[in-house]
Design a protein around this ligand. Structure first.
Ligand code: DUC
Ligand code: ZN
Ligand code: ZN
Ligand code: ZN
Length: 458
């Protein structure tokens, strides 16, 4: 089966030209002007549209047991929604249970994702209990194509590791050529502030935000960078939100250390004014919380300075009824918000169409950089001969409005309800198949494949 995409403006991280793309089977077979259509080819006219590499969201939590419930998108519903928004590959988090092995956790996640995912997926391994047994399993995970290891510097008692475990993990991961990532916030400091607010009867969602001030993130980001520098491991900070934390990364670059940085779409576009006096703010209770306009400005600048390489989502949706678990106590609100479906269109509209970032920068931060950092390049993350035919067509002029009434995520509210966007994704290909066209899903449950990953190639 071949598909010929004609006359699109084809954009990669290092090129921008009007041309045709021919796919053959699952991959790209030819790129050029006036390519002839093979007899069996489906022809798609992309005149006036942008053609981009399929999006990669390296930070999603699907069907994840967390804070006494499960995130509400399964691997099926979450990857389907992702496809509608041009994200063809996601990297989901496997969570080791403290006192248990990495293998047990991996088997559990494989059980939920295998044969159900609609879009392509991979896994990070979250190491929540680093001990002599876990140490032995690191090489096994790398052999499985799981080359990135997530750490939590917060959520004590469930997910957090201490600095002793962090050093040990980094040393082991370095030996095997992997990458260590961190949810870099100071868990002890946050837990103290939470306890103080609860003791004072300050229980609304706004106190979630006030329990995680900038210092909690800046301190942990600096500590993570320092320990990574000492061990020499490849390091990546997930969901970085604020100026203080990015300044720690800037400081690391001054000693010629490279620390990769991901921010998430919400930290660029939303701010803490959403945490009002009532419970409505629970929609945006996530960790870290939304920040200030000055932090948004720092993050946009960080993208253009090359300090922030990736824009993900930390997609971790909970239905409104699940959010009610924290109706009387902000610390019990399941942390997370839905975004997997709208990352690309939001960033395109607010970033590219408003002139904050170039189309090529857009491709870098939504796809190419994640493919390189997480060991999937050039199979994923670019448009080149032999690469997977994962392609996104955007009509840059088409306007639309985000609403829970029309989204595909399994959650009954939208964090971006009523946001008006310019630029609509019209067609998405995944491995040479039309996966989404004009709002309709064209591939089914189980079409998504597990993507084995290699080493950093950034
Ligand atoms: N933050 C969230 O908001 N949800 C999932 C985990 C996390 O770190
Ligand atoms: Zn080893
Ligand atoms: Zn996190
Ligand atoms: Zn997360």
């Amino acid at each position: 089966m071949a598909i010929l995409i004609k006359n699109g403006r084809v954009i990669t991280a290092d090129s921008d030209s009007i041309c045709d793309i021919l796919t053959e089977g699952e991959t790209i077979a030819a790129i050029g002007r006036n390519l002839p259509a093979p007899a069996d080819a489906q022809v798609i006219d992309a005149t006036g549209k942008l053609v981009l590499p399929g999006g990669i969201d390296p930070h999603v939590h699907l069907d994840m047991p967390f804070m006494g419930t499960f995130s509400s998108d399964t691997h099926e519903t979450g990857t389907r929604a992702a496809l509608h928004g041009g994200t063809t590959t996601v990297i989901d988090f496997v969570l080791q249970k403290q006192g248990h092995s990495l293998r047990e956790a991996l088997t559990e996640w494989q059980g939920r994702a295998t044969g159900t995912a609609v879009g392509d997926y991979s896994f990070h391994m979250a190491v929540t209990d680093f001990n002599p047994g876990t140490r032995e399993e690191i090489k096994d995970m790398v052999a499985e194509g799981i080359t990135s290891f997530k750490t939590f510097m917060a959520y004590k008692g469930a997910l957090m590791i201490d600095d002793a475990q962090m050093v040990g993990l980094m040393q082991e991961v370095r030996k095997h050529g992997g990458l260590v990532t961190a949810h870099a916030t100071n868990g002890d400091l946050i837990d103290t502030l939470i306890a103080q607010h609860r003791a004072a009867g300050q229980l609304t969602p706004r106190y979630h935000y006030l329990s995680q001030p900038e210092v909690t993130e800046a301190e942990a980001s600096g500590r993570f960078a320092d320990i990574a520098n000492y061990t020499g491991v490849n390091a990546y900070i997930v969901h970085l939100t604020c100026e203080g934390a990015l300044n720690q990364v800037r400081r690391a670059t001054e000693r010629n250390q490279r620390v990769f940085v991901e921010t998430c779409i919400q930290y660029l576009l939303l701010d803490a004014s959403l945490y009002g006096e009532d419970f409505e703010g629970a929609k945006w209770v996530m960790s870290p919380p939304l920040r200030e306009p000055k932090d948004q400005a720092t993050l946009w600048a960080g993208i253009n300075q090359g300090l922030v390489q990736v824009v993900g989502t930390d997609h971790c949706p909970f239905r409104w009824e699940q959010k009610q678990m924290g109706r009387d106590d902000f610390s019990k609100i399941p942390n997370g918000h839905p975004a997997i479906e709208h990352r690309m269109e939001l960033l395109f509209s607010e970033g590219v169409m408003k002139g904050r970032i170039s189309p090529q920068r857009f491709v870098e931060v939504t796809s190419t950089n994640a493919a390189k950092i997480f060991g999937m390049f050039p199979r994923k993350g670019t448009i080149s001969i032999g690469a997977d035919a994962d392609l996104v067509l955007i009509d840059p002029k088409k306007k639309h409005t985000i609403s829970a009434a029309t989204h595909h995520m399994n959650v009954d509210y939208s964090a971006y309800e009523g946001h008006e966007l310019t630029g609509k994704i019209t067609t998405v290909l995944l491995r040479g198949q039309v996966a989404v066209d004009a709002g309709e899903t064209k591939v089914g449950r189980g079409y998504g494949q597990f993507i084995k990953r290699g080493k950093v190639s950034f």
